[in-house]
Design a protein around this ligand. Structure first.
Ligand SMILES: Cc1cc2nc3c(=O)[nH]c(=O)nc-3n(C[C@H](O)[C@H](O)[C@H](O)COP(=O)(O)OP(=O)(O)OC[C@H]3O[C@@H](n4cnc5c(N)ncnc54)[C@H](O)[C@@H]3O)c2cc1C
Length: 326
């Protein structure tokens, strides 16, 4: 431990000037940890002309926001982001630095950790405070067979944390905090943005409705039944791990311990038994509907609504009804 380092800092990710919700989740967890340790929670935001959006970080729990405003920082430029974060961290010396395990965070955090000569635990699913005030960084390891508890002897202790596993605080516009503006130090970068295009593809973590297919389906071709229902409900498709292992759909659709954590408004589990590894990724969904032929399937224990039946009979009827109502 190094007494020069104090407080917990959250790297506040923004895209197109909008703060990514994972930053609010990290502030929620950060506030809980800070209360236990009697320390301050701050946020570090890099962007350009973000206006009132900066205050949102305070409304979600930051006691102080370090804001580095520069046109070069409007978009993610990994060299300039790394350089400015390291400068600020070396000045403020937070004991802990949390980063969302998004595409951006996964690219940025290792570079920052390396430049700061400190340790980094990637893709945490839980954070706790140890007896000596250390941050216990918990993440699945060895293909998800164990939950590793890791702590860092160097400072700052850095972790990336999965999106949608931590709880954000309720937004409270009466929360008070300080915004500290800092100058940017811009370095030559090899990156030049010529144009922006959507990568397309599925973002299952953001979906409001997910229809998830499991091994109750008999063939890859039958997965179209899942897609049909998802389309009719304006949702996206998810799947269990065996479906990915068999190559029926891509890993980006996998829900569970070694896949995505999701919290949609509606989760429809079709031919899914409800293994602990699957439940770990979806049990916090607002409403869960399970369709399974076996009335003793564990998925019914977490489901709000259940249909005991053959998915090949149930799905076409549900899809037809969803289409009729849309
Ligand atoms: C380290 C590790 C990590 C893992 N990570 C994940 C993960 O991230 N996500 C994940 O999902 N799994 C994960 N798994 C795998 C997990 O243990 C289960 O094997 C998997 O979730 C089971 O998938 P399933 O429910 O599709 O299949 P099954 O368990 O085989 O269940 C199929 C279900 O379909 C029902 N069914 C069959 N026919 C019909 C029909 N005609 N109509 C209706 N219902 C029918 C059956 O009653 C059964 O309940 C992991 C395993 C390990 C060891």
């Amino acid at each position: 431990m190094n007494a020069d380092y104090k407080g917990l800092m959250v790297f506040a990710e923004q895209r197109e000037g909008k703060i990514h919700p994972v930053s609010y989740e990290l502030l929620g967890k950060g506030t809980e940890i800070a209360k236990k340790l009697g320390i301050e929670v701050s946020a570090l935001l890099l962007g350009s002309n973000m206006g009132d959006e900066v205050k949102e970080l305070i409304y979600y729990g930051a006691q102080k926001v370090y804001y580095i405003d520069n046109p070069v920082l409007r978009d993610f430029d990994v060299l300039n982001y790394k350089h400015n974060i390291c400068r600020l961290v070396n000045e403020v010396k937070p004991e802990t630095l949390l980063v969302g395990a998004t595409h951006l965070g996964r690219s940025l955090a290792p570079r920052v950790a390396s430049a700061l000569s400190t340790g980094l635990t990637a893709d945490c699913t839980s954070l706790e405070v140890g007896d000596e005030g250390n941050l216990i960084q918990i993440r699945p390891a060895f293909s998800g067979n164990i939950l590793a508890h890791i702590w860092t002897t160097t400072r700052p202790q850095m972790a990336t944390v999965r999106y949608k596993v931590m709880q954000k605080l309720a937004r409270d516009a009466s929360r008070k905090g300080e915004i500290v503006r800092k100058d940017a130090a811009i370095v030559d970068s090899v990156l030049k943005i010529v144009s922006k295009e959507s990568a397309g593809g599925v973002n299952i973590a953001e979906a409001d409705v997910i229809v998830c297919g499991g091994r109750g389906l008999k063939s890859a071709a039958d997965f179209s039944l899942i897609k049909d229902l998802a389309d009719a409900m304006g949702g996206v498709v998810g799947c269990t791990r065996p479906i990915v292992d068999d190559g029926w759909v891509g890993k980006e659709h996998q829900v569970g311990f070694s896949g995505n954590t999701v919290k949609p408004k509606l989760y429809v589990a079709v031919g899914v038994s409800g293994s602990p590894q699957h439940l770990a990724g979806m049990r916090d969904s607002d409403v869960i509907l399970a369709i399974n032929a076996d009335p003793s399937a564990p998925i019914f224990k977490v489901a709000d609504y259940g249909i005991v039946g053959d998915l090949y009979e149930v799905l076409p009827k549900l899809t037809a009804e969803a289409k009729r109502r849309s």
